[in-house]
Design a protein around this ligand. Structure first.
Ligand code: NAP
Length: 266
């Protein structure tokens, strides 16, 4: 991609996107401009050749894609600062949880294609699940933003009202999946592995399970059937986990996060 990208807010997610663009060799580093107020904290990205600083206006100058990666309560202030300085054909992509597209149109002056994007932190290694919802965008602009995030993982356009759900399932979901890996690692240590060995085995096993579903286009239960011999070891362990509330606790956790996000947006 040969267009300038501005990332306003080089915190956890903004920096992860910048790193993902480098990791996947999607954009030359000199075409990426990342800002935050404490610009010295962007030294790692600057060492990779990315333009960094605290000047948002110079960052968006001639930028074709402007990512707003500040906290939701900082979005209005940043939009106010940028209004009038955005390139005529700039596409605005907001990562801020809970700020609706129609509000973003209002905040940015109504002249630009707007997207809400919900990636997760695996964006740093080109393995994000990114959900998108657009407003005021042409089909070509939708294609362009889809291709942008496709370089950084998988992409799905969803109805905007599902964005809160996408936050829970995909963005919080990284933490939920990692907690599974941690628990499996702890179990592995108890049955005799060193923590390094247990972590390697647990994490590669989760990766393999996910790839079976993604690449094999199969259902998790069909894959489970292949490894559960009647009266066997796997089904005994699996059923014990279910008796202890494994699936139920995961679903309840997802719903609790979802209820919290719904309450915050009221
Ligand atoms: N983390 C996730 O997994 C995730 C997933 C999906 C969406 N999101 C959304 O992504 C956004 C960022 O989340 P985060 O976790 O990356 O937060 P974060 O680490 O706090 O990053 C926000 C960054 O914005 C910078 N900032 C604040 N005001 C600014 C300004 N006026 N100009 C330029 N930069 C400014 C802050 O740095 P200074 O204080 O140095 O300016 C900070 O580095 C949030 O809206 C969140 O809802 C996060």
């Amino acid at each position: 991609m040969n267009k300038k990208i501005a990332i306003i807010g080089g915190g956890n997610l903004g920096s992860a996107i910048a790193r993902g663009l480098l990791y996947t060799k999607s954009v030359k580093p000199e075409l990426i401009h990342v800002t935050r107020r404490r610009a010295d904290m962007l030294a790692g990205l600057a060492n990779e050749g990315i333009i960094t600083g605290n000047d948002n206006i110079s960052a968006v100058k001639n930028a074709k894609i402007v990512l707003l990666a500040v906290k939701p309560y900082q979005v209005a202030e940043v939009c106010e600062e940028l209004k009038g300085h955005l390139a005529r054909n700039a596409i605005i992509i907001s990562l801020a949880t809970g700020i609706e597209n129609k509000k973003l149109v209002e905040l940015t002056g109504g002249k630009h294609a707007i997207f809400r994007a919900m990636p997760n932190t695996a964006v740093a290694i080109g393995e994000s699940m990114t959900c998108l919802a657009a407003i005021n965008a042409t089909p070509e602009q939708e294609k362009e933003v889809e291709q942008f995030f496709a370089r950084l993982g998988s992409v799905l356009f969803i109805p905007e009202e599902l964005m809160a759900g996408a936050t829970v399932l995909a963005a919080c979901g990284i933490a939920f999946a990692l907690r599974f890996i941690r628990a499996a690692t702890q179990g592995g240590i108890e049955i005799g592995f060193s923590s390094d060995m247990a972590l390697k085995i647990a994490s590669q096993t989760v990766k393999g399970a996910a790839q079976l579903v993604i690449e094999g286009k199969s259902h998790p239960e069909a894959e489970i059937d292949k490894v559960t011999t009647p009266r066997g070891i796997t089904i005994s362990g699996l059923n014990e986990m279910e008796h202890q509330g494994f699936s139920s606790s995961l679903i309840k956790g997802l719903l609790t996060s979802f209820q919290k996000i719904e309450n915050l947006s009221k």
